[in-house]
Design a protein around this ligand. Sequence first.
Ligand SMILES: Cc1ncc(COP(=O)(O)O)c(C=O)c1O
Length: 451
Amino acid sequence: MTSTDAELFGNRFATHEVPTREFPADGMTAQDAFRLVSEDLALEGDPARNLATFVTTWMEPEAQRIIAGNLHRNFIDHAEYPRTAEIEQRCIRMLADLFHAPGRTTGARTQGSSEAIMLGGLSLKWNWRKRRGGSPAATPNLVFGGDVHVVWEKFCRYFDVEPRIVPLRPGKYTIGPEDVEPHIDENTIGVAAVLGTTFTGHKDDIAGINALLLRIKSERGLDVPLHVDAASGGFVWPFLYPDSAWDFRLEQVRSINVSGHKFGLVYPGIGWLIFRETADLADELVFQENYLGKTDSTFTLNFSTGSAMVLAQYYNLVRYGRAGYAYIMKNMQANARVLSEKLAAMGRFELIGPDDEQLPLVAFRLAADNGYDEFDIAWQLSAERGWMVPAYTLPPNAQHVTIMRALVKETMSREHVDTLARDIEEACATLAKKGGAHESERTRMLLGPGH
Ligand SMILES: Cc1ncc(COP(=O)(O)O)c(C=O)c1O
């Protein structure tokens, strides 16, 4: 192919290696660049069959238009884009209302729950300092269960807080007040409890932990705040289990994080941190700056970031309202139940807590040794049908328990559920014939519990 041919017909990378290491000396046409990137991505997995992720893989065309039309707006430029800043505040107020905040409050838009948790944890740390009078010499500690997302351990390591982790046990995959009580002392900055765990989709006994913290406050005078990690559950519980109190209805719950990009149904890049009252946000963490046109206060780890996902979140809140979110969540739950029933009917799986309050997902494991295991099934499903259904071991001390988990999201129709169930059955039949996957196949199957 001559360079003239390439200019004429495009895509010179049809037969050339693509740039991967050196900063390219010359550029290429927009058409070539577009095709190069698109062809690389054609090899990606299909998001509709990615049942590992909690994160949104579909939005309405109108929401996509809002996103596409606002990619050029830097969210932090509040002076230039005051409407976007106002829309962020509307979202914070609406979420505070959804979570039953008792009055005026505050919060922040974040990149996801991880940033919200870092900020929430920092506020717990600063407020503890204040409670202890200045800068105490003691090491602060944070109490949480082994069922938390890795971000909680990250927070502790990044910000010098001792993690006091309640281990899980086979058969017990969430924590309650009896687990937390022995770990609390005057240097406890807070307790973190999960609404909708990454591993099995259940909730910690948040009401029980709240009752414990109230008792400790009245008996020992220690006012230990409770932060709820509602990354996934914050947009599920209010609609599927509205009478289940886990939020600001409980007195010690002082802050909540939620991922807009999970069951908030927005594409990746949006999370929220909501405080019970304005006083729960430590003042020292709010910075004033005036170099973008007017004095503004910021409480974030990042500075520049996109506006599009904030606007997309507001679009969803007004588009769906409580009724719409409830309708979507109930559909997902109904399909998750069908999948559970189909798996139970196969007679070889044990379901993990299907009758308890749970995210719309199915967590399951093999009930007996069949000559193959959950990792083999995950591999077979991915190789045969392109389904991404992760297998993973649980955290200590339940590390010998392997489970699989299938998210049942908005795009997972009843037809998809029926097909997935048949494909799982067929994957098991194939594995039974060949006696498990080969080691080389299994090591290629590196899916974790997702996020
Ligand atoms: C319970 C929980 N907390 C925190 C996170 C981190 O959230 P993000 O991916 O929004 O940063 C996740 C992600 O799956 C999660 O499930």
